[in-house]
Write a protein that binds this ligand. Sequence first.
Ligand SMILES: [Fe+2]
Ligand SMILES: [Fe+2]
Length: 186
Amino acid sequence: MEKTEITEEMIFECFAAACKSDDMTMTAESFVDVEEYENRVMYPEFARWASQAGYPELATLFRKVAGEEKLHAVWLRELYTDIGIPRRGEDTQRAIDALETIRANCDALIALNPEGVVEKALTVAIRVEEREYQDIYPHFRDQALEQQDAKTAAVYQKVIDSECQHAQWFQTALSDFRSTQAQATA
Ligand SMILES: [Fe+2]
Ligand SMILES: [Fe+2]
């Protein structure tokens, strides 16, 4: 397979958007499916790239966020005890496939351009977190509020605050990373 650059868009394809349904339990199920994917697959893979590129602190950050995504799923599971193994969402499956495609030759690409891959992974992580806290999860919270379900709404709000913090952590990490790169090439 010919080695090409890993683009930001290719990495963004690994993001799965949770999907709001008319049935709030299905919304919760999609939420759990996506959060557990981020916990088990997406962020651990970003951590692996960072570590392989020689940035163990960034690998630690990706793993820390992965752990919190698991927690988000746990919070919802406490309210929706019937979820069990959530149905695999179409978008999650598409994201898993996208990640597989990248994985096929990413080690070689990391060796060629480690900084490029790490910078793009951080940029994508910011986009992912922003999408969630600015767009997707506020709709989930509002749906719970419309259904007079204050408990669920409060959990989604807690998730929104947490995703916002994730975006800030990644933003700080990216600007530190960029200034270190700029110093190195000055
Ligand atoms: Fe999350
Ligand atoms: Fe997050």
